[in-house]
Design a protein around this ligand. Structure first.
Ligand SMILES: [Zn+2]
Length: 212
């Protein structure tokens, strides 16, 4: 089911920063770049986002099967497609030096038994010829589930949620997650990475909700 091409046949023009679908082509000074209005007005801490498709039926079922039903082979499939998308969209300089998953809190990791983002991050790093590191970023606060909060509450909820094991020294960090919703979690994580010295942060997400 996960390999049915009809599931994935969804080429969309997306904001290069946050992967939100764009209605119109936009151009900024210099090279051609496409950004949504929100990213022009208030750029997030991350520099770029690659997303495979929108989070909606029937693809949302794949993400839920990976997250809640331990269909771990789906992580490999998301990774394969993300690696192809990266080779398509990023030049050599755009490739990350290190790939990290969005970490779960310790409580949630114990409850679920695995981090679905790591199930994507590890095979993705292998395909990109870089390394994956599950120990660099730690979740220090057990945040409330984001889906229950409005946009502003989401930002506050994740504001100081992460800690790093070591400084980053100008590295380009690839951050992997299964689903991107408001982007608040990824923004908070990118802010933490940049504060620790990351030169650039690129998100790799399997599915993107089309609206907040
Ligand atoms: Zn955007």
């Amino acid at each position: 089911m996960c390999c049915d091409a009809a599931y994935w046949n969804e080429p969309r023009l997306r904001c290069t920063v946050c992967a939100m679908p764009l209605a119109h082509r936009r151009r900024a000074a210099g090279r051609a770049r496409y950004r949504c209005e929100a990213c022009f007005d208030a750029p997030p801490a991350f520099d770029a986002t690659l997303a495979l498709a929108d989070y909606r039926a029937p693809l949302d079922l794949l993400a839920r099967n990976l997250k809640f039903r331990a269909r771990l082979a789906l992580g490999e499939e998301f990774a394969r497609r993300l690696a192809l998308a990266a080779q398509d969209a990023l030049d050599t300089e755009g490739m990350p030096d290190i790939v990290v998953p969005v970490p779960l809190s310790r409580e949630r990791l114990v409850e679920r038994g695995y981090n679905q983002a790591w199930q994507i991050a590890r095979p993705l790093a292998r395909r990109l010829g870089t390394r994956a590191d599950a120990t660099l970023v730690r979740r220090i606060v057990h945040t409330a589930p984001q889906s229950k909060l409005d946009r502003e509450a989401r930002r506050r909820n994740v504001g100081r949620a992460f800690a790093l094991a070591r400084p980053l020294d100008g590295q380009h960090v690839g951050v992997v997650d299964d689903v991107m919703t408001s982007g608040a979690t990824l923004d908070a994580l990118a802010r933490t990475l940049k504060t620790a010295g990351a030169r650039r942060v690129t998100n790799f997400v399997a599915l993107r909700t089309p609206k907040d």
